[in-house]
Ligand binder design. Structure first.
Ligand SMILES: [Mg+2]
Length: 348
């Protein structure tokens, strides 16, 4: 089939956390083909990325034939090459991610199969899910058996807030649960080493994003010093080229590419190839959303998916209809064609 139209839109969000996300949160990419089949993708980069798709990448895509995963990979390579002067990392690749995912959705719908079947043999059933967020009690009530909480270090008093939260999470989820901490780049090397000691009794599975993604060597140097805690990260890294640097520097114990930011499923598969070569486990950022979940169940990603349930009684945007929900602490994609979700047109 031939691509006839490509359009990106920034949805009307009502509940996006005020921050860079206000204007640069997720976009929707819609790709139409001459068969009448339409594919939808989910990318990052907000209003800027919408411009990248609508003013540049889209016109390069119209007229291309897409009938296989190899055709999608070729389109990815062409768009990546054409956007090198302004792309390579960040918004250019977040836009490309939305296009890539729309092409996988389109191909799945054209062939009447779920994306995970296009990717390959399904290797996992329902995937153990961990709940990320600040409402541990509610996540336990929802049936989650693993949990990641956010922690921000601003002052020395925050050693104690980390201990308090870890202690609470451990008591809620029990001695065997996986408990993780996302520091969102607010720790540093000294803080991380001190935290490893103070939190030792809570048996934390990983510390996430302890330094910035520009300090790959610094993160690599921490790995042996905080064992058995894993140094995790990668949501702010892009494409196979970015993760090649992660591999070369040995920066991370566990890789977390965001499939809607890092270049889509096509990049995800290439990142997995690199990870396999160095024996790094891969657990996609927000992997409980369909864009990562289809990759997880049909690849050698870890058997673990991140879910962000939000907070009890707090409203949230529902952009995609038919998204799988975690049940008994597990989540799995449907076998509907493509990614198996429909766009909530009321938000467009
Ligand atoms: Mg994170």
């Amino acid at each position: 089939m031939k691509i006839t139209d490509v359009k990106a839109v920034y949805p009307k969000y009502s509940h996006v956390q005020p921050s860079w996300r206000t204007h640069f949160w997720q976009i929707v990419v819609r790709i139409e083909s001459d068969t009448g089949v339409v594919g939808y993708g989910y990318g990052g980069g907000g209003v800027a990325s919408v411009e990248v798709v609508n003013r540049h990448m889209g016109e390069l895509l119209v007229g291309r034939s897409v009938d296989s995963d190899a055709d999608i990979a070729a389109a990815w390579d062409a768009l990546y090459a054409a956007s090198i002067p302004y792309g390579r990392r960040g918004i250019g690749v977040m836009a490309l991610s939305g296009i890539d995912l729309a092409l996988w959705d389109l191909l799945g719908k054209a062939e009447g199969v779920p994306v995970h079947e296009l990717i390959g043999q399904r290797t996992k059933g329902a995937v153990p899910a961990y709940a990320t967020g600040a409402d541990a009690d509610w996540y336990a009530e929802l049936g989650f058996t693993a949990h990641k909480f956010p922690h921000r270090f601003d002052a020395d008093a925050d050693y104690q807030t980390a201990v308090d939260r870890a202690s609470r999470a451990r008591s809620i989820f029990g001695p065997d649960a996986r408990i993780m901490i996302d520091t969102y780049m607010s720790w540093n090397t000294g803080v991380t080493l001190e935290m490893a000691e103070r939190l030792a009794e809570f048996n934390i599975y990983w510390f996430e994003d302890v330094l910035t993604p520009d300090d790959l060597e610094g993160q690599g140097a921490l790995r042996s010093r905080v064992k058995p805690v894993l140094v995790a990260g990668g949501e702010h890294e892009f494409t196979q080229y970015g993760f090649r640097e992660v591999a070369l520097t040995g920066a991370l114990d566990l890789w977390q590419p965001d499939i809607t930011w890092c270049g889509g499923i096509t990049s995800g598969l290439r990142i997995l190839d690199i990870a396999r070569g160095v024996g790094a486990p891969v657990s996609p950022h927000r992997g409980g959303e369909v864009w990562g979940l289809h990759l997880i169940v049909a690849s050698d990603c870890m058997d673990l998916a991140e879910v962000l349930p939000g907070q009890r009684d707090v409203a949230r945007d529902e952009l995609w209809i038919g998204e799988p929900r975690a049940k008994d602490g597990h989540i799995e994609p449907s076998d509907e064609p493509g990614f198996g979700v429909a766009l909530n047109e009321a938000m467009i």
